[in-house]
Design a protein around this ligand. Structure first.
Ligand code: F6P
Length: 366
């Protein structure tokens, strides 16, 4: 490999939970870097793990053909591998080691001029630590949770929102036929954007989000009141991170993962059982789960992903490393990565969205 091609070489990786639109970014990075600027583009497998274990390949045009509308990531991803606390197994014993030095050496040996890191808060937090150690990184925000600071929206969110809204529309017709309460648990981790916005779009009667601790009695009073007014069904959307007043999040299971030691899940069933017990109205629960993360991205997400991917290469060309791309109004801009990570963008409890749902007569559990 000659020196020139070494210099004109950039890497791209996807980290954290997957979401619709990742492939559209990879395609845009490739087409801009390779077809427009003439760079070589290295696709790194399974996020940071690929950089530690030297798993990557040079991307070709055929690798990015027909992937614009494809969900997931052709590169693979993982939401477990933090190079600063990397899981190493030796003779059945598990240890967590700092392998960031190995990662940095591998990147340098590869001759990467830039590394485009597509990830959520966890992946980008690691990126900001790697930048401090000299890696030339440009970050691109992704997550269905829409909880990253400094950007109006992350790609993946619009698709998840539409899936959750469609689920609510479908639950409504069966709820109405059977005169039931239907509870839908959606993702979002510690933020309630998916629940809140799908609840608005899907006309939910009750919306529970982590930012507003709920009282189950209030929810039940509201449902009873609806019944008295002749409304024989109710639709409840619950964010997975919702918490009762004075309580804690509902955990599905704990896992051996130092960066995220538990998995959320189960609050929908908890709320559903309580509603049935306290109101006597037959209640069913649907947990939407990873359906929200899979499949075809919406047109909005494909466009945002393409703009992010293409602009990230310009930033790399200009040497503007240590930044994350963001959407501000109609414009693609960039902010220092350190400003964007570590502080989640949650739903303001007294903001416009919540004010609007209250005016629509929706119960938010308080
Ligand atoms: O952050 C995205 C997200 O989908 C959250 O909404 C959810 O809590 C989590 O990832 C689930 O992650 P996993 O892939 O480990 O099930």
């Amino acid at each position: 490999m000659n020196k020139k091609s070494n210099i004109n070489r950039i890497g791209v990786l996807t980290g954290g939970g997957d979401c619709p639109g990742l492939n559209a970014v990879i395609r845009a990075v490739f087409r801009t870097a390779h077809n427009h600027y003439g760079f070589q583009v290295i696709g790194i497998s399974d996020g940071y793990r690929g950089l530690i274990e030297k798993k990557w390949k040079t991307l070709e045009n055929r690798d990015v053909t027909n992937i614009l509308s494809l969900g997931g990531t052709i590169l693979g991803t993982t939401n477990r591998d933090n190079p600063f606390k990397y899981r190493v197994e030796n003779k059945g014993k598990v240890k967590y080691k700092d392998l960031s030095g190995r990662l940095i050496k591998n990147v340098k040996d590869m001759g990467l001029k830039a590394l485009i890191v597509i990830g959520g808060d966890g992946t980008l937090r690691v990126a900001s630590e790697l930048i401090k150690k000299g890696l030339p990184i440009v970050g691109i925000p992704k997550t269905i949770d829409n909880d990253l600071s400094c950007t109006d929206v992350t790609f993946g969110f619009d698709t998840a929102l539409n899936i959750a809204t469609e689920a609510l529309d479908r639950l409504k017709t069966t709820a109405e036929s059977h005169h039931r309460v239907m509870v839908l648990e959606v993702m979002g981790r510690d933020s309630g954007w998916i629940a809140l916005e799908s609840g608005i779009a899907g006309g939910a009667d009750v919306i529970l989000i982590p930012e507003i601790p709920y009282k189950i009695e209030k929810v039940c009073d509201f449902i009873r009141e609806r019944k008295k007014r002749g409304k024989r069904f109710s639709i409840v959307v619950v964010a997975e991170g919702s918490i009762p007043v004075g309580g804690t999040v509902t955990i599905q299971r704990t896992v051996a993962d130092p960066s995220m030691p538990y998995r959320l899940g189960g609050v929908g069933n908890k709320v559903g059982s309580q509603i049935e017990e306290l109101t006597g109205i037959e209640t069913r629960v649907t947990v939407l789960g990873h359906v929200q993360r899979g499949g075809t991205p919406t047109a909005f997400d494909r466009i945002l992903s393409t703009r992010f991917g293409s602009t990230s290469v310009d930033l790399a060309m200009e040497g503007k490393f240590g930044h994350m791309l963001c959407l501000t109004g109609e414009h693609i801009k960039y902010v220092p990565l350190t400003e964007a990570v570590g502080k989640l963008r949650v739903v303001p409890a007294d903001g416009d969205f919540v004010k609007t749902v209250r005016r629509m007569g929706v119960c938010v559990g308080d």
